[in-house]
Design a protein around this ligand. Structure first.
Ligand SMILES: [Zn+2]
Length: 92
């Protein structure tokens, strides 16, 4: 993953340098990375909040969206798509 990403970034950077004759902007790099399928995966966790009305309510730590009545909620947030492995901003 890391090696492939470095090669991709390097190749895009070289292509844009050759095309423009000067260093590409972060925006241009981002556009090319996205067009090559690179995404930024968000990491979050479920914040458990049981009470008398909503047993086992869990809120997404990123978007705050609640999920009700599941003792083990999804391993991703159905609202914002965050992966629920409890490592916010983790580098993978
Ligand atoms: Zn969420």
């Amino acid at each position: 993953m890391r090696k492939g990403l470095i090669a991709l970034i390097f190749n895009i950077w070289l292509d844009l340098m050759a095309e423009k004759g000067c260093a590409p902007t972060a925006e241009e790099m981002a556009d090319h990375l996205i067009s090559n399928g690179v995404t930024v995966r968000k990491h979050g966790r479920w914040l458990q909040e049981g009470n008398a009305v909503y047993m086992w309510r869990h809120n997404c730590s990123l978007c705050g969206d609640p999920v009700y009545n599941k003792i083990k909620p999804y391993n991703y947030c159905p609202n914002c798509g965050a992966k629920m492995d409890g490592e916010e901003n983790a580098e993978k």
